[in-house]
Design a binder for this molecule. Sequence first.
Ligand code: ZN
Length: 326
Amino acid sequence: MVNKISYMHCYTWRILVILIFSPLLLNCATNIVPCSSTPTPTGLINADILLNDLKILSSDAMQGRKTGTHGGFKAKRFIQQRFSEIKLNFFEESYHHPFTYDFNNFRQGNNIIGWKKGKQKAEQYIVITAHYDHLGQKGNIIYNGADDNASGVAAMLSLAEYLKNKETHHSVIFVATDAEELGLHGAKAFIKNPPIALERIKLNINLDMLAQSGKRKKLYIAGTRNNPQLKAIADATAYRSDICLKTGHDGRSRNKDSFLNVINWKKASDHALFYKSAINYLYFGVDIHRHYHQPSDTIETINPAFYTSAVEAITTAFLLVDELNF
Ligand SMILES: [Zn+2]
C-alpha cells in the first residue's frame, strides 16, 4: 500500500515534470518504477523487419562478419542493399567508404554511410553508428555476433526505416562501421575524413549490443553524465519504455565476471572517437554477458521482446533529441 501511494504520488509528479522538462525530479520517478521482467513492445517499430535483419546479419552465411573476409563483404552488400531499399542518400557516388588502417600492416576496411536530409535544421547532423564487423570464424566455429553487433546494425536499419517517410528537424547520417573489433578503426576513419564538417555534427548515437538482456534485463544509456539536456532525454525515454533503461556506463566499471577486468565505457565502442572530438554522444548497450565474444552469441540466445523494446526506446530517444536545440 505504501509503495502504491508513493508510486502514484511520483507518477503525478512525473507527468508534471515531463511537461516542464525538469531532469532532477525525473530521477525520483525512474528509480521507483520497477523494471519489467516481460517487456511488451508497443508496435512503434516493425518487429518482423527488425528481427529478420538481425537473423540475416547473424546467420552462418555471414561467417561472423570479420573485416576483410568473404563474410564481411557479404554483410557489407546486405547493408548497402537495405540502405538502398530505405532510399537513404549517399555522399559522393555510393554508400561505400573504404579506408585503410594499420593492424600489423596496412589493411582495408569498409564503412557504409547513408544519410537523410533534415527539414528545419538541415545543416546540423545527428550521426547514428553501429559496427557490423565481428570476430569471424575460428576453425569450423562461427562467431555469429547476434548481439555484438548484428543487433546494433539491425536497430539502425529499423530507425532509418521508421524515419523513411517522416520529416526530421536535423539531417541524419547512418554509419555501419567496420573494423571496430580490431580497434575502432571504422569510427577513426569517419572522424578523420568526415563527409561533412565535424562542427556540424551535434550528436552521435552509438548502438552496440542491444539484444542480450541477461539476468538483469537492463539497457544502459551512456553519455549523459555532465549533460543535463541529454540526461533529461534519457529519463523521459526511460519513463516511456517498458524495459529497464538506466543511465550509466559513463566511466570505468569492473566486469562482474572478472574482478581484475576494468571496462572504460567511454572507450568501449565507436562513440569514443566522437567523445574525443568533443561531440556529445548517447551510447545504448547492455552489460557484458556470458555470450559476449563467444560462439553462443547467436539469435537463439537473444531476447526478442527485450530487443524490440530496446529499439523502440532508441526510436523514442531519437525523436526527443531531434526536437532539441543543440
Ligand atoms: Zn561490439
